[in-house]
Design a protein around this ligand. Sequence first.
Ligand code: NFE
Ligand code: MG
Length: 519
Amino acid sequence: MGKIIIDPVTRIEGHLKVETVVDDGEVKEAKCSGMLFRGFERMLEGRDPRDAQIVTQRICGVCNHCHTTAAALNLDSAFGVADKIPDNARIMRNLTMGFHQVQDHILHFYHLAALDYVDVAKVATYEGQDRALNSIKAFISRGELAPFVPRYEGDYRFSAEVDQELVSHYVRALEMRRKGHEATAILGGKLPHACAVTPGGMTEVPTIDKIATLLWRAKELREFVEDVYVPDVIKVAETYSDYFEIGKGCGNFLAYGIFDLDGKDPDYTKRARLFAQGSTTTDLKHQPLDLDQITEWIKYSWYEDGASGRHPHEGETKPQPNKKGGYSWIKAPRYQGGPHEVGPLARIAVAYAAGDPAVKEMVDSVLGHFKAPPTVLFSVLGRHAARALCTLHIAKNLENWVLELKPGEPAYVEYTIPEEGAGVGIVDAARGALGHWIVIKDKKIGKYQCVVPTTWNASPMDDKDVHGPIEQALIGTKVKDEANPFEIVRIVRSFDPCIACAVHLLNHKGRELQRYVIA
Ligand code: NFE
Ligand code: MG
């Protein structure tokens, strides 16, 4: 029996430690630990509610725009204007979030995850004219492989030709991400941390020149997703098909839905969205979303006991760094009392279960290609495929949304800040269900809680000692080579964890010194 401790897990956003106990080549126990304490929710208390729009975006440099959107919806609801947002603003919010998510999914596949499967070292034998590949080749010939190391060695299965093609797509993907960011900035005012999305709508207005410049970016991104990203994911899936059997997880899925198709219903759980809200399990039967079913547990988290099991509206964030038994700064959110996976796989599973014809057609076509039943979705490769399909679905809608914009029509509605009140904003961020909750007292923020995607996925055990989704996905996994635990990192990265988001200011007092151990 030995321990494999990976700390930090590289090529993710933030500082995640994964500790597994391996016996006889199998993971018997797994613990996911968020190793940073941040204090965003505490920082917000006593401030003007509108500050939440500005401050929460700074939770993360990767998915800041998801927090932008969630905060705007939250404040719209607290200010009583959730159903009064002009269509122009609804569509511009969809577009900024859509362009953002397309580039973020591209980031995850090419820049964070693909290098688990692609051997960059094989660029050493490249003989073509591609400038990017030739500069990488020059680095390799000098014995330098940064920034592609550290990495594990062994299980790389593509031919040199395919590896080289995929590395060239890694470089093209950087350019595509730039186009996605530009598009979000055109409507968002700037990026990261857009300033034009505000409660009440948008301060940016659509104009003919913006529409034209968004259209070509939308087309280029769609073509990249259709012609490069989706085929590359299929290539990985064909060559590493055993990863359809690995990393199943907890089997419960939660999605808040995203991209409002109309803004009439003030209740976001019932609003028509491009991706449906709800929950499901591996039986793919759809259940409607009920936000009252969300609780956060802290038995194993470094927070003061006493507030365990509360709904986010009643939640507290009181750090207790050396708490006995604690192993993470991440809380353990639960839905209907149980752990739930969130993210692209949950989004696709919930939409499929809800009978969304477009999602069903995409999923059935991929399953048909592999002649496989829907159960293969609940796996490492299922998550990558689901992420690619989410990207495709968004990319196919961007051009239509651009053409729905109406220059000259309003994009903003006035509001007043109530003396007392409460609000909620829910969206499916790139990495999954993201909720912001506010309680207003004396026109100031009384409480603010964010329950973010990676809090769900990388959660520690709850008060009933039930493991979180990533922990469950690791337990039972066979590890072929303990010195190169590919299985563990491939499982963890398939969830696309972001620890900056998951743990809510770095506090030097609360941070332990890390030991890097692979034993
Ligand atoms: Ni920091 Fe985030 C996304 C949010 S994940 S990346 O997507 O919300 O916890
Ligand atoms: Mg929180």
